[in-house]
Design a protein around this ligand. Structure first.
Ligand code: XMP
Length: 519
């Protein structure tokens, strides 16, 4: 895809949200790490109409990430956000100063001049709410720029050089806490950079299919199915592109949910007519996980065993060397996170996603047709491809499965308890109409037994935790606000239906500071 907008990443945790806002506006964009952003590279993509410079944790005053001096010769419209604004000021002759304290949270800005960036959104002389997160601030605007908005802690909250179409904002228009932020970004896209809102999934699908055909030719492709949306959409896209040259394996690792293998096969094979073969390797996985407690070790064992099982399955399907491609449902957030793990700027929190990790001997070439899409875009693509709504609406489920919802040792007994509790929970959500309002919900079996009382007897059983979060991409999450009566009924239901669990808790931690999964 040709990008209309390039976002240069200086490592902010919310850089991806800039890309989300731009794509939601119907404009295709990609994120580029700052060290790749040379003028030559930007000029090579003739479609680019504007550049957004992200925020970042560093300080320009302390030699933070920079752009080559020639970059500033670009004739393209620029929007610098937070660190991006500071770098713009620093590089173009303004001044940036470190402040002793950080300003973090909601703030009010006063508009002191008109600008096309504000047209139809903010008016001169009025105050507006924005989200700030910065230590340094611009204290002198560069030549050619004028002051457009100010706040108490950031005297230059918004600066503009209208002739050169360059804008710098100290606040974060990409986060929802800046209520008008998406409209300001749209002004940059449509009024200033001259973009058109013409990016549509149907076009993306046709382009992706054509590209896959060109890449794969008459070779064979294998694809691992996880039961989740990403691998199913990957498989469906490939099936439309290369038909019978595709073969999919669904590995049952013994860590699936209640009745999951049968349900997934029903949806993919019966309904979507995809060529999926199930491989039951549960004994092997559970045997290797016996006695393992440390979460990263669990992940490593599961990852390595999966590759082994997958390799065996491939050898059965086609002799070594006869399958050229492996398809994976890698998404854009994984790509951006892995770029950072290998030297890009965004700080990596956990090494958990599914990029790479293939042994050399498999010698597959990777096909990753979703690597430029966000999760909700993948769902839209799935609809375009005609996948069943029940499949596309499934909550995300991690590759290591129930292993990362069982802190402590894994046993068949604990897996059975977790499956039963999770099944009751998810059934209750569906019955009450909550399932589709929630990004992800699941039960966790805690590695702790406590005393309870049931009927006339004392119990000494496991506790489980319930998690339900809203999110747009899993990067941040808020706790789903169930009515208390619902939670109370749920606890009763789980304890009555699942002997072995005598206590139910609800996790009220957002992400950050928590993660979504418990491991
Ligand atoms: P955390 O727990 O890091 O999870 O807040 C964020 C999202 O990622 C999912 N997740 C995974 N997905 N393979 C996956 O395909 C994994 O190893 C993995 N670990 C976490 C998690 O379910 C949530 O949606």
């Amino acid at each position: 895809m040709k990008s209309d907008i390039i976002i240069i990443d200086f490592g902010s945790q919310v850089t991806q949200l800039i890309a989300r806002r731009v794509r939601e506006a119907g404009v295709y964009c990609e994120i580029m790490p700052y060290h790749d952003a040379t003028l030559a590279r930007l000029a090579a993509d003739t479609a680019v109409k504007g550049i957004i410079l992200s925020g970042g944790p560093a300080s320009v005053a302390d030699g933070g990430p920079n752009l080559p001096a020639e970059f500033w010769q670009t004739p393209l419209p620029l929007l610098g956000i937070c660190y991006g604004q500071q770098l713009m000021a620093h590089s173009l002759g303004g001044r940036v100063e470190s402040s002793p304290g950080r300003e973090f949270g909601r703030a009010s800005v006063r508009v002191v001049a008109d600008s096309p960036l504000l047209q139809g959104v903010w008016q001169q002389g009025q105050d507006y709410t924005v989200w700030m997160s910065h230590g340094d601030k611009v204290t002198a605007i560069p030549p050619g720029f004028q002051l457009v908005a100010q706040s108490d802690a950031a005297p230059i909250a918004l600066m503009a050089n209208e002739n050169a179409k360059r804008y710098g904002v100290q606040f974060h228009p990409e986060v929802v806490h800046t209520p008008d932020g998406d409209r300001l970004i749209r002004n940059f896209l449509f009024r200033i950079a001259g973009c058109q809102p013409d990016w549509q999934m149907a076009n993306y699908k046709d382009e992706a299919i054509a590209k896959l055909r060109a890449q794969i030719g008459s070779e064979k492709v294998v694809c691992g199915i996880s039961g989740g949306v990403d691998s199913a959409v990957t498989a469906a896209l490939l099936h439309q592109a290369v038909g019978d040259q595709l073969h999919c394996f669904f590995v049952d690792n013994g860590l699936l949910r209640h009745n999951e293998a049968a349900e997934v096969m029903q949806m993919l094979v019966e309904q979507a007519k995809l060529p999926v073969e199930i491989v039951d390797a549960s004994e092997l996985f559970l045997g290797r996980l016996d006695g393992v407690v440390e979460p990263e070790e669990k992940r490593k064992i599961i990852g390595a065993t999966f590759i082994e099982v997958f390799e065996q399955a491939c050898l059965k399907f086609g002799a070594a060397g006869s399958i050229k491609f492996l398809a994976q449902g890698t998404l854009y957030p994984d790509v951006i996170e892995s770029v950072s793990a290998s030297g890009g700027p965004s700080a990596t929190i956990k090494s958990h996603h599914n990029v790479g990790g293939l042994p050399e001997r498999l010698r597959f070439e990777l096909v990753e047709p979703l690597r430029l899409l966000f999760k909700d875009e993948v769902r839209v693509l799935g609809r375009e491809l005609g996948l069943p709504a029940s499949l596309l609406g499934r909550h995300p489920f991690p590759g290591p499965g129930l292993a990362i919802r069982l802190p402590g040792g894994i046993s068949r007994e604990k897996l059975a308890l977790l499956r039963a509790a999770d099944h009751e929970y998810i059934s209750a959500l569906r019955e009450a109409g909550y399932y589709d309002k929630i990004w992800q919900a699941f039960a966790v079996l805690l590695p702790v037994k406590t005393v309870g009382v049931m009927g006339d007897g004392r119990t000494y059983d496991y506790a489980c935790a319930l998690r339900a979060v809203t999110s747009t991409d899993g990067m941040t999450a808020d706790v789903f606000p169930f009515p208390p009566e619902f939670l109370v009924q749920l606890a009763t239901r789980i304890i009555n239906k699942v002997p072995g669990i005598n206590r139910v808790t609800y996790d009220i931690t957002s992400k950050p500071p928590g993660t979504i999964e418990w491991e």
